[in-house]
Design a protein around this ligand. Structure first.
Ligand code: ADP
Ligand code: MG
Length: 701
């Protein structure tokens, strides 16, 4: 693929004709760099110091240096693989350059007698010191006065291109001040946005690199402050917009005589008493539903804490008031599980439910759509099929999203846009088993009300978690025999290797075969991501019915699957899973009265020991079963940027600031945001647009 031409015309400014996007523009799009300001805010990952030449004799092994030297020898060698081996000498010492994947042009540059400028890491080699994969060009030309930025990029978009495109973005972008004087006076960072960007793209070599790396430099402070301000402004604005919207108030109806509301009937029918925590969050939700402003509430509760029944009661409230309710789950298996459970509770009370998924037959679908449009179906359950354009509700007043972080932001927005005929918004209840630590929720989600179920239903026995080396697999199989002998069931989860579904599959199939052989007389089931939905359902049904004793699966044991008789969870290559994923998986057991266990099998691969973060994750799993504690540790191990970015929003929200350490800047932004919206509305809009551009909508989802 030829590198895109590095002409300044082909940068974001020329994107106005979308039909004629160049190759480079498409690649810039991938990086989210559409506007000049996006380019300007595309900051380097690190820098290379090309401002000086080091004498080879002065350079230490392991140091990355730039040298200027003459080529004294050049040959193509085939050991250990085809490569260009070139000896250079700068008068103080010589070293060997090893270039793998070279072209004739490279050979020409590195021909004997040529003077070249080379940059790379110097290593002690077998014969002489060497540089593997150095960058090089003919010597000559001025040395740059500032550090050379290295930008985040995608395949096919060379650094050389970004190094031209970014400065021209900085030059063209509107970088005028948006922070009002009241805010500036409290910012100790003296750099303006323009100065900060100029500096961070091209710092002078005398800068303390540590201050750039840990982002404590005033230029970084300024950028982080602005980013946090944009985030607070958009959240606050979203909150204000929402409070101006109207939603149908869902007050309990006045019943006559001995008649009961659905809500009361449902409570009567439950085979258990609600926990205090369930009652408390139920009250939060009830109070919201009775208002004429749309609810925007996140219900968080650990796996197994009983969120479904809370959702069902909210749905009953909605239907009691004569409105429709929709429940959306991220996968078909999970949606179906909800559907079954809710049907079991609601249909005996005379409620019609409708089921919508992508895989259903056309006729079935038409019937469901008709029930929804006529309003006969009071409750609609399904996957994202629920939000498709064709789905027309008669009077939707409440939407419930399970495992909200697994939906794309666009999908969440689409669901909210299913307004009522008279332009009212439905109430929105989002549920998640991946809790946001409280401090983060408070400071970050200014636009979200949060309720937490912080208590598990009574009678659950703790899950014993063991971390065991893969070399002791036989013992684990022995343990499985024990469980099966007691009539229990077992999950065996195989690793997730995101790059390769094919590898996942081989892994699961092999484990399935070996377990089948090791456990004669037991039905071992296999569930993997490539199976057709119908087949997955059939396997799940057999496991549900207790016919399958051991279920081997890739990651398709969906969050939310509920088989109380399963008492052992084995997770193979546990070191490859994220902490919250492990916690979710472990939550599949310990749902009945029997003592349950979770075995985390780890493999060190070819190395002698596990990596540090993998070890920290497994340790956390063994030490605690509390979802909030796990979320806290996860935050500690990974940092909040990634925590919030990947999981809660579907898109990284904060690129520069770190909520855990930039608390002062966050406090500044929180204080300034309301004042700015009130007194400097135009500046606020410009600031939001500059920082969030088209993404501002997403933040409000
Ligand atoms: P999650 O919060 O993970 O979605 P579920 O709603 O699936 O949890 O509930 C887990 C299990 O606990 C279900 O079998 C449910 O019927 C049961 N359950 C829920 N609330 C209670 C309660 N108050 N007492 C006893 N069992 C309960
Ligand atoms: Mg659930």
């Amino acid at each position: 693929m030829p590198p895109p031409a590095a002409s300044s015309r082909s940068t974001a400014a020329a994107v106005s004709k979308p039909a004629e996007k160049t190759h480079a523009q498409k690649l810039l799009d991938k990086l989210g760099l559409r506007r000049d300001i996006d380019l300007a805010l595309h900051l380097p990952l690190r820098y290379e110091d090309e401002t000086c030449i080091t004498r080879l004799a002065d350079a230490r092994d392991g140091e990355t240096v730039q040298i200027e030297a003459e080529v004294t020898h050049s040959e193509v060698s085939f050991k250990p693989r085809r490569q260009l081996r070139v000896t250079v000498n700068d008068g103080s010492d010589s070293c060997i350059l090893r270039v793998i994947n070279f072209y004739p042009a490279h050979q020409k540059t590195l021909s004997i007698g040529a003077r070249v400028r080379v940059r790379g890491e110097l290593r002690g080699g077998f014969v002489a010191r060497e540089m593997v994969h150095p960058s090089f060009k003919l010597a000559g030309g001025e040395l740059p006065a500032s550090l050379t930025p290295v930008y985040p990029t995608v395949a096919g978009l060379p650094q050389a291109y970004l190094r031209k495109a970014v400065p021209s973005g900085v030059a063209r972008a509107d970088l005028s001040e948006t922070v009002p004087a009241e805010g500036l006076s409290q910012l100790s960072a003296l750099f303006s946005l323009r100065e900060s960007l100029r500096f961070l793209h091209h710092p002078t070599p005398d800068v303390a690199l540590a201050a750039l790396e840990d982002r404590s430099h005033p230029a970084w402070q300024r950028l982080k402050a602005e980013e946090l301000l944009a985030q607070q402004l958009s959240q606050l604005e979203a909150r204000r917009i929402r409070s101006a919207m109207r939603a149908p108030p869902l007050a309990p109806p006045v019943m006559r005589g001995a008649q009961c509301t659905l809500y009361e009937q449902l409570q009567e029918r439950l085979p258990f008493r609600l926990t205090a925590a369930q009652q408390r969050v139920g009250h939060d939700i009830d109070a919201d539903l009775q208002k004429n402003v749309p609810m925007h509430r996140l219900l968080q509760g650990d796996v197994g804490s009983g969120k479904t029944v809370v959702a069902a009661l909210a749905a009953a409230r909605c239907m009691d008031a004569g409105w429709q309710c929709a429940l959306m789950a991220p996968t078909e298996i999970l949606a179906e599980q909800h559907f079954r459970k809710l049907i079991g509770w609601l249909e005996p009370m005379g409620i019609q439910t409708a089921w919508l998924t992508g895989s259903q037959k056309a006729k079935e679908r038409r019937e469901a759509l008709a029930l929804i449009a006529s309003g006969e179906a009071g409750l609609v359950v399904g996957t994202h099929a629920v939000i498709q354009d064709k789905v027309v509700f008669k009077n939707l007043a409440l939407t419930i999203i399970d495992e909200q972080h697994r939906f794309g932001v666009a999908q969440r927005l689409a669901l909210r846009s299913k307004m009522t005929a008279d332009g009212q918004e439905p109430h929105l209840l989002m549920m998640t088993a991946t809790p946001i630590p409280r401090t983060l929720a408070m400071s970050y989600y200014a636009d979200l009300d949060v309720s937490t179920i912080d208590e598990l239903p009574p009678g659950r026995t703790p899950i014993v978690t063991k971390v065991i080396s893969d070399s002791r697999r036989d013992e684990v199989v022995e343990r499985i025999r024990g469980q099966l002998a007691e009539g229990r069931q077992v999950y065996w989860v195989c690793p997730l290797i995101e790059e390769s579904e094919a590898v996942d599959l081989t892994n699961a199939t092999e484990t399935h075969e070996s377990l089948s052989a090791a456990l004669p007389g037991t039905q071992v089931g296999l569930l993997h991501s490539r199976m057709p939905v119908a087949e997955k359902k059939a396997v799940m049904a057999l496991f549900n019915a207790g016919q399958i004793g051991v279920l081997v699966s890739t990651t398709v044991i969906e969050v939310g699957v509920d088989v109380p008789n399963a008492s052992l969870m084995v997770i193979e290559h546990a070191e490859r899973f994220g902490l919250s994923q492990l916690h979710q998986l472990r939550g599949r057991v310990g749902r009945g009265a029997a003592a349950s266990a979770c075995v985390l099998l780890y493999s060190t691969g070819d190395g002698p020991r596990l990596g540090e973060t993998a070890r920290a994750r497994l340790k956390a799993m063994a030490e605690t079963q509390d979802g909030f504690e796990i979320a806290r540790r996860d935050l500690e191990i990974r940092g909040p940027g990634e925590f919030l970015g990947a999981r809660q929003s579907g898109a990284p929200l904060l690129r520069f600031a770190d909520l855990a350490t930039d608390t002062e800047l966050l406090a500044w932004a929180r204080a300034l945001a309301p004042l700015m919206l009130d007194r400097h509305a135009a500046l606020a809009q410009r600031h939001i647009l500059r920082w969030l551009g088209g993404k501002a909508d997403y933040l409000k989802a």
